[in-house]
Design a binder for this molecule. Structure first.
Ligand SMILES: [Zn+2]
Length: 620
C-alpha cells in the first residue's frame, strides 16, 4: 500500500476511534472569575468552595443554589475533612482564566506576547538568566516515550527566545501562522521521537514574575499564596518576620521557559499536593490529566506495563518525570483523561493525586507553585516518596492535621483568619509566655546525664564520647512477615510501616567525627518510629488493645549505600531498598556503629546503658 494511502487510512481510523463517545477527552471545568470576585475571595477559598466543589464526583451542575450555599456554610464550619470520607475529584485539573485587571496586579510581566520591549535584551526580563536550561532527549516510539535531560550553560531569556524561534522554524517551517492548536497538537505527537531534533526547557528556576508589593487583600499572587502548609511554619523557629518563612521548592514559585515540543512528563505533585501554573506570556501549553482514584490506578498499571524496567529500580519512578505517553495510548487503554489548552492569562490548578503531563507549542513563560488546602490531607497521607534523591519533599501530614484542628478550635469561623496570620499570633503568644516564665520562674534543673556521654549534648564545643544505645529490629518471623505486609497497606502513616521488635540489642554509638562516611560504613540512626511492644509469649496477638505502642524516636542500625553531597542514604538492617532513609551528614542523630555488645565477652566492660532520649541531643 502506498505510504500516503496508509497514512490516510490510519488517520481516518484514528478519527473514528476518537469519535466513539467514551474515548473523547473530557473537558475540564473552566472558571472565569470577575476582578471583583478575585479581590474579595481568597485564592484558597476559591479553590475549595468553587473549583474542587464543582469537580467532586457526582457534582450536579443544576444543583439548587441554596443547597450549594448551605454546603458552603457547612464546609466553612467544618473546614477540615480528615474524619470525613475522602471525596474524589473528576477531571484531574481545572482552568481558571484570570480577568483583565489581574495583569495590573501581578507586576512586571504584563506583556502576554513575551516579545515586547520589556522582554528584549537590555531589559530586566530579557536579561534574566536561566541558570541551566536542559535539552530533552527522547527515546521510544508509538506513543510511549522516555526522556533524559542534559543541562546546558546559562542563557538569558532573550537568547532562549531566539533559540526557540529558530528551533520551531526548523521543525515546522517558516509559515508559522498556525494558530490552530489542534493542528499543532497532532504535529507534536506525530513528530515526537528519537529522530526529532531535541527541544530545550528552562524549568524549575527559582523566581517569580509577580509584583512583590504587599497587597494584603489580594493573595492571587503565586509568590504569596495562602496555603495551609503555612501552618507547618509553627514549628520553625526563625521565621517570625512577616508571615515569612518558606518551605523551599514547595511554597515558593518556580519559573518555566518553554519552546516548541518541550514537555513535562506524566507525574503527580510531591506529597500529592495541589499545584497552580500560571502562563504569563507566549505560546499556549497543552495539558493532559488523569483524575486521582480509579483512573489514576489504571493509569499506573498502564505505565507499569510500559516502563517495568524503571519501576524495578524505583517504585516511585514516575516522580522522576521521565515518562510520557500519548493521548492515543490513553484512548486505546480506555483511560478517561482531560485535555485542555492553557493560554496566557490562564491558570491551571491540578488536583491532589492527579497525573498530568503536556507540552509547549512555542516560546512561553509560566510560573508554578504547590499548595495545599485541608481537603488535601487524606491524599497527603497516602503519598509515597521517591528514595532516589535526598531532597525529595516530605511533609508531616499528621502534624499538619493536628495544627489544622487546633486552628479550627481556636479561630472563630465568622471572621476568616489567614493561616499564616494565625501562626504569627500563636508564635507571638508563645514568645510572650516564654518571656513571662523566664522572669518569674527559675528554669527547671537540668536532668542529670548518664555517664559515658557528653554532658552538654553539644557536639561542637566539647568532644562527645561513645555511649550504648538500644537498637530496634524489624520483626522477621515468617508468620508475622505476611501479617506485617498486610498491616503495611492498611496503615498509612509512614511512621508505622514496619513492625518493630525490641530484642535487647545494644550497640556502641560513636560520634561521626571528621572522617567522611563511605558506602558500606556501618551507622546508627535515630529516627521517628512506632514500636509495638507485644506481651512476651503473645507475639501473634494482633489486637491493638493488647499491644503497647510507643510513638517516638528509636535507634536503628544500617549501612551507608550512597553518598550524595551533604546526605547519605542508609539501608536499615532487615529492611528493603524502599525503606532507605536519607540523613544529613552533620545530623546530631547519626552515629558510627561501634558494634554489638556481646554478653559472652566476659572481660568486656560496658559503660552505663543509655536509653535514647531526645532532650539529650537537642542543640542547646
Ligand atoms: Zn526514585
Amino acid at each position: 500500500m502506498p505510504i500516503i494511502d496508509r497514512e490516510r487510512r490510519l488517520q481516518e481510523e484514528g478519527q473514528r476511534f476518537c469519535r466513539s463517545k467514551s474515548f473523547y477527552p473530557l473537558h475540564c471545568k473552566h472558571f472565569q472569575p470577575s476582578l471583583k470576585e478575585i479581590q474579595s475571595t481568597l485564592f484558597s477559598d476559591f479553590v475549595r468552595y468553587t473549583v474542587l466543589r464543582q469537580s467532586e464526583e457526582g457534582y450536579d451542575d443544576d444543583e439548587e443554589e441554596a443547597e450549594a450555599e448551605e454546603k458552603k456554610e457547612m464546609l466553612t464550619k467544618k473546614i477540615h475533612c480528615a474524619n470525613n470520607p475522602k471525596i474524589g475529584y473528576d477531571y484531574g485539573l481545572a482552568k481558571i482564566t484570570l480577568p483583565k485587571g489581574y495583569s495590573n496586579l501581578k507586576g512586571i510581566a504584563n506583556d502576554q506576547t513575551g516579545r515586547g520591549p520589556q522582554w528584549q535584551s537590555g531589559s530586566t526580563l530579557g536579561d534574566l538568566v536561566l541558570p541551566s536550561p536542559m535539552t530533552q532527549f527522547v527515546r521510544g516510539i508509538g506513543g510511549v516515550y522516555e526522556f533524559t535531560f542534559m543541562d546546558n550553560k546559562p542563557t538569558t531569556v532573550s537568547e532562549f527566545r531566539e533559540k526557540a524561534d529558530k528551533y520551531i522554524e526548523r521543525q515546522l517551517g517558516k509559515s508559522m501562522n498556525e494558530q490552530d492548536i489542534d493542528i499543532l497538537e497532532r504535529k507534536f505527537w506525530k513528530r515526537l521521537g528519537p529522530t526529532m531534533e531535541s527541544s530545550m526547557y528552562g524549568a524549575d528556576m527559582d523566581g517569580t514574575l509577580f509584583s512583590k508589593i504587599d497587597n494584603i487583600d489580594f493573595d492571587w499572587n503565586l509568590s504569596k499564596l495562602q496555603s495551609c502548609l503555612q501552618l507547618l511554619l509553627m514549628d520553625q523557629e526563625d521565621n517570625d518576620k512577616k508571615g515569612g518563612g518558606a518551605i523551599p521548592g514547595v511554597t515558593t514559585p518556580y519559573l518555566y521557559f518553554g519552546m516548541w515540543a518541550s514537555v513535562f512528563c506524566a507525574h503527580t505533585e510531591d506529597m500529592n499536593l495541589l499545584s497552580i501554573n500560571y502562563l504569563h506570556a507566549g505560546a499556549p501549553k497543552v495539558w493532559y490529566a488523569v483524575a486521582a482514584g480509579e483512573d489514576s490506578r489504571r493509569f499506573e498499571h498502564l505505565m507499569e506495563s510500559n516502563y517495568h524496567h524503571a519501576k524495578k529500580d524505583c517504585p516511585e519512578y514516575l516522580r522522576h518525570k521521565r515518562s510520557l505517553v500519548s493521548p492515543t495510548i490513553l484512548k486505546k487503554a480506555g483511560i478517561p483523561y482531560t485535555r485542555t489548552v492553557q493560554y496566557p492569562g490562564d491558570a491551571i490548578v491540578t488536583y491532589p493525586g492527579s497525573y498530568h503531563s503536556g507540552f509547549n507549542t512555542g516560546f512561553n513563560v509560566a510560573e508554578a507553585t504547590n499548595f495545599a488546602v485541608p481537603e488535601w490531607i487524606p491524599y497527603g497521607r497516602t503519598a509515597k516518596v521517591c528514595n532516589c534523591r535526598p531532597d525529595s519533599v516530605r511533609l508531616d501530614v499528621d502534624r499538619l492535621e493536628t495544627l489544622l484542628l487546633q486552628y479550627e478550635n481556636e479561630v472563630k469561623q465568622k471572621k476568616r483568619l489567614l493561616w499564616s496570620d494565625w501562626v504569627i499570633n500563636v508564635k507571638k503568644k508563645r514568645h510572650q509566655e516564654k518571656m513571662t516564665n523566664a522572669t518569674y520562674k527559675p528554669s527547671p534543673p537540668k536532668k542529670a546525664k548518664i555517664s559515658g556521654k557528653d554532658g552538654t549534648g553539644n557536639t561542637n564545643t566539647s568532644k562527645p564520647k561513645n555511649f550504648w544505645v538500644e537498637v530496634m529490629q524489624p520483626s522477621f518471623s515468617k508468620s508475622k512477615k505476611a501479617k506485617s505486609k498486610k498491616s503495611k497497606s492498611k496503615k498509612k502513616s509512614r511512621k508505622s510501616q514496619v513492625r518493630l521488635q525490641e530484642l535487647e540489642l545494644w550497640h556502641l554509638a560513636k560520634p561521626v567525627g571528621r572522617k567522611p562516611l563511605r558506602p558500606s560504613d556501618r551507622v546508627l540512626c535515630i529516627i521517628p518510629a512506632v514500636v509495638e511492644r507485644n506481651n512476651i509469649g503473645n507475639d501473634d496477638n494482633d489486637n491493638d488493645a493488647a499491644t503497647a505502642k510507643t510513638d517516638g524516636e528509636e535507634c536503628f542500625a544500617g549501612q551507608v549505600v550512597e553518598d550524595h553531597n551533604d546526605h547519605i542514604r542508609v539501608r536499615l538492617d532487615g529492611m528493603g531498598k524502599q525503606d532507605d532513609i536519607w540523613v544529613t551528614k552533620d545530623s546530631s542523630k547519626l552515629f558510627l556503629d561501634g558494634g554489638r555488645w556481646e554478653e559472652k565477652e566476659k572481660d568486656f566492660k560496658m559503660p552505663a546503658l543509655h536509653y535514647w532520649k531526645e532532650e539529650d541531643f537537642s542543640e542547646n
